[in-house]
Design a protein. Structure first.
Lengths: 439, 439
C-alpha cells in the first residue's frame, strides 16, 4: 500500500449517523485503507452535548461544542457534515469550502434547497462535495445514476425513498390496521419522529426526489416544483380494496420525462402486486430507474439507520481519497483493493460448505424404506425439516419421496447420500439441491 | 462544457454488444458528452466479416478485418474489447496496454482467467482497465462493490448471474415444463446458444463469481477454486416439490466468508419463495450483497443483451474520460451533468400528469347513484377499468364504492371528482389514489 499520509476528517454531529460513521471507520479501518490507498482518520468532531455518554469510542478525537471549530481546524482535509437541517449546516459547509476543505454530507434538505449554491462554491475552488448518504441511506443510488448510467437517456425513475412511510403502509397492508395505530407503533419503534409530519407528509421524500431528478435529467435542483402528497389519507379500507384489485399502495417519488416537460411528484401510488417495488416492505427503500439502454434497474436496501447511512458516508470519503490521489496506484483499483493488500485467503472445498438440502428419491413401495433412509440421515447427524411421500408413479410401483434437511456440511451429506443410494429399495439416482435462506 | 478534444475509441468486435455500444454512443452522444465533459468518438473498429450488412450505422468509422490494426491505430486513446473468449482477446488487450492504451472490456472469461496478468500490465504503465460489462450486463455490480461498498466488510454475496439458466428455471417453474423442452425454447428465442453447455453447466456464472469474490474479499482471481454445478439435473418434479415446500429453485453464484476460509460455489439452490432473489425471473439478473454496514443491498436488472451491456461499456468509458481529466471541472460532476450543460427544462404541473386512478366513495344506498357517477366520468372521457360495490356499512345505509379508471390527466380527474363530490348522494370525501404500473 502507498505510504501517503492519512486523510484527516472533521466530523459535525455525533448523533445516530455520526456515531455510525465513527464505528464503521474504526471497525473496518484496515479494509478501508486497503481499498482507498490511505488511512482515513477522524481528528475532531463537534457535538451539542460534550458531556453525554456515548455508545461508541471517541478516544483520540478532539471534541468541540462549537461546530465552527471543526470547520476551522487547519488539520482537516475533509469536512463530514452530519447535523442535518438547513442552518447552521449551510453556513458551516460554505465556510468549510471557503477554507479549502472538501465536504461529505448526508443532508438531503441542504442539498435539495441549497445544492446549486454549494456546488457552485465548491466548483469555483476545485473542491469536491459528495452526498451519497442524502438519498436512500445505504443504497448507492446517486453513484449509480451519476456514473453507472452515464450512457443512458433516463426515461423515468420511481422510488420508495422514505422508510417511515413504507413501514407504515407495509404494516397497514400486512395486518389490516389503520394509519394512526401503525403510526404510533412506528413512533414507539423509533421509525417515526415524535413530530412525524416531515416524513408522512412527503417533504423528506420530495427533498430526495429533487436530487434524483436533477441527476437523471440534468436539470437544476428545484424542490419548489415537486408536487407533494403524504399518506395521512390512506385508510385500512383503501389497503384492503387495493389488494382485492391486485395492487399494493406505496408512497413513491416519481420523476418522468414527458413530451411537454418533466413530472416531479411524491404521492401514495397503487402499483401491481407483482411489480418490483410492490414487494419492498418495512423500512427498506428501493429505487427503480428506467433507462433507454440499461432497461429497468432496481436497487434496494436499507434506506436509513446508523450503519447503512455510514456506509454511504464512508464510500464518499473513499471516493474523495481516491480522487485526491489519482496517480495510477490510487485510482479505483481493478479488484477493489490496492494490489499489494490482496490476500490469498483459504478457499473452502465444497465438502466443507454447510447448507440445508432438498433430496428427491424414488423408492420401492415396500415397508421399511423410509426407516432405512431416516436412520442413515440420523447416523450422519442430519436432521430433517420436512418429509413428503408423494403419489405413486403410474407405470411402476415406485414412490417419490422428498426430504428437506436442516443445515449440514456437504461431506456429511455426501456420505449419507452414498449410503442411501446403495439401498436396494432405491430405484433411481437421488437428486439433491442445496437450500439457502439468503438471510 | 469543456473544449477538450474528444476521446478516441477503437472497437474490437461489431457483434451484438459492439453494435449496441455504437448505437448508444451515437444515440446519446450529446447526453454522454454533457456528463463526461468530452465527446467520445469511435474512430476504428474490427469485424470478422467486413462485407456483412449491419443494422447499425458505421459511417465515419474505419473498419479493419485484422483486430491488431485497431490495437495499433495511433489515433486511439482507449481500446474497447468486445470479441469475447480468451484468444486472440488476451493478446490484443496486452498489446493495447503495451501501446499505452486504456482498455474497456466486457470479457468475463478473460478477466476471470487472465485478469491478474492484465491488471499487472496496466498498473505498471499507469493505465486503466475497466470491465463493468463483464458481470451482470447492465447492472452496475462491479462499481457498487468496488466503490459504493468500500467502507464495508462484505460477509457474503449471492447472484443470479446467468440469464440462460434463470430463463430456463423460471419457465420450468411458471409452466411446469421439463428442462429439455424449455432449453429448446430458449434456443429458439436466442436466450441459449446452440451449444448451451457454457451457460447451463455453470461455467459462465463461475467466471462472474470469480470476479465478484475477488472484489468482495480482496483475494486474487481464482476460477479454478470455484465449485461448479449446472442445471441439467433439475426436473419439473423438483420445481413442483420446491414450490410445495415454499421455495423456488434458482441457479446462484455464492461467495461467503467463513471462519475457515472463503466459500466459492455455483449451483442450483432452493431459496424461500419470499426471498428477494426468488422473484427475479426470466433473463433478468440480480446480485444480493450482505455487507456489515450497508446491510443487504440488492441490485437487479437486465443481465445481458446488446443495449444493457452497452450501458455498462459506456459507463466505463465515461469513468475513464472523467479520470483522465481530473481537474475539478471534469471530476464526476455533483449532479451528473457538467454544470454548463444543465438545462432548465419545463417541469409539469401535477394537473398535466396522466395516471390511472383508484377512487373510493361512500354513497347513499339509493337507485341512480352509480349511474350519476359513471355519467360524470364518461363526460370527462374517463374510462373505467373496474368497479366494485362493497358491503353496506353496518351502522348506516351507506355503501362504499371503489372504481379503478384507465389513465387520464389529473386536471380532468379533478374536475370529475369535484362534480362527483357535489352529488347529494355522496356521503363522505372521496378518496383518490394514483395508480402506476411502473412498466
Amino acid at each position: 500500500m502507498s505510504t501517503l499520509p492519512p486523510i484527516r476528517i472533521g466530523l459535525l454531529g455525533l448523533g445516530t449517523v455520526g456515531g455510525g460513521t465513527l464505528t464503521v471507520l474504526r471497525r473496518n479501518a484496515a479494509l478501508i485503507a486497503a481499498r482507498a490507498g490511505r488511512r482515513i482518520e477522524v481528528v475532531c468532531a463537534s457535538a451539542r452535548d460534550l458531556a453525554k455518554t456515548r455508545k461508541f469510542d471517541t478516544t483520540g478525537i478532539d471534541l468541540y461544542a462549537d461546530p465552527m471549530q471543526v470547520v476551522d481546524d487547519p488539520r482537516i482535509d475533509v469536512l463530514v457534515e452530519l447535523i442535518g437541517g438547513i442552518e447552521p449546516a449551510r453556513t458551516l459547509v460554505l465556510k468549510a469550502l471557503a477554507n479549502g476543505k472538501h465536504v461529505v454530507t448526508a443532508n438531503k434538505a441542504l442539498i435539495a434547497l441549497h445544492g446549486n449554491e454549494i456546488f457552485e462554491a465548491a466548483r469555483s475552488r476545485g473542491l469536491m462535495v459528495a452526498f451519497e448518504a442524502a438519498v436512500a441511506g445505504g443504497i448507492p443510488v446517486i453513484k449509480v445514476m451519476r456514473e453507472a448510467l452515464a450512457g443512458n437517456d433516463i426515461q423515468w425513475l420511481a422510488g420508495i425513498i422514505n422508510g417511515t412511510c413504507n413501514f407504515i403502509l407495509s404494516a397497514m397492508c400486512d395486518a389490516g390496521r389503520d394509519f394512526l395505530e401503525v403510526l404510533h407503533e412506528a413512533q414507539r419503534l423509533g421509525y417515526a419522529e415524535s413530530d412525524p409530519s416531515f416524513d408522512i407528509d412527503g417533504i423528506d421524500a420530495a427533498h430526495k426526489l429533487t436530487i434524483l431528478a436533477s441527476l437523471a435529467f440534468g436539470i437544476p435542483l428545484q424542490f419548489d416544483r415537486v408536487y407533494v402528497e403524504g399518506i395521512r389519507n390512506i385508510s385500512a379500507d383503501d389497503v384492503t380494496y387495493a389488494e382485492r384489485l391486485g395492487y399494493r399502495i406505496k408512497h413513491l417519488g416519481i420523476a418522468r420525462q414527458q413530451a411537454g416537460g418533466i413530472e416531479l411528484r411524491v404521492h401514495p401510488t397503487m402499483v401491481p402486486a407483482r411489480a418490483p417495488l410492490a414487494n419492498v416492505n418495512g423500512v427498506m427503500n428501493a429505487v427503480m430507474v428506467n433507462a433507454d439502454a440499461a432497461g429497468p434497474v432496481v436497487l434496494s436496501g436499507a434506506g436509513a439507520g446508523a450503519l447503512p447511512t455510514a456506509s454511504s458516508v464512508v464510500a464518499d470519503l473513499v471516493d474523495v481519497v481516491r480522487a485526491l490521489t489519482t496517480d495510477s496506484e490510487n485510482r479505483v483499483p481493478h479488484l477493489a483493493f490496492q494490489p499489494d493488500t490482496m490476500e490469498n485467503l483459504t478457499t473452502l472445498d465444497i465438502g466443507e460448505v454447510e447448507t440445508a438440502y432438498y433430496l428427491r428419491l424414488l423408492a420401492a413401495d415396500e415397508p421399511g424404506v423410509l426407516a432405512d433412509v431416516t436412520r442413515i440421515l440420523a447416523d450422519g447427524h442430519i436432521s430433517i425439516e420436512a418429509i413428503m411421500q408423494l403419489e405413486k408413479d403410474a407405470c411402476t410401483t415406485n414412490v417419490p419421496v422428498v426430504i428437506l434437511t436442516h443445515r449440514v456440511q456437504e461431506k456429511a451429506m455426501n456420505a449419507a447420500i452414498a449410503r442411501i443410494q446403495a439401498l436396494s429399495s432405491i430405484r433411481a439416482p437421488l437428486n439433491r439441491i442445496r437450500v439457502e435462506t439468503l438471510a
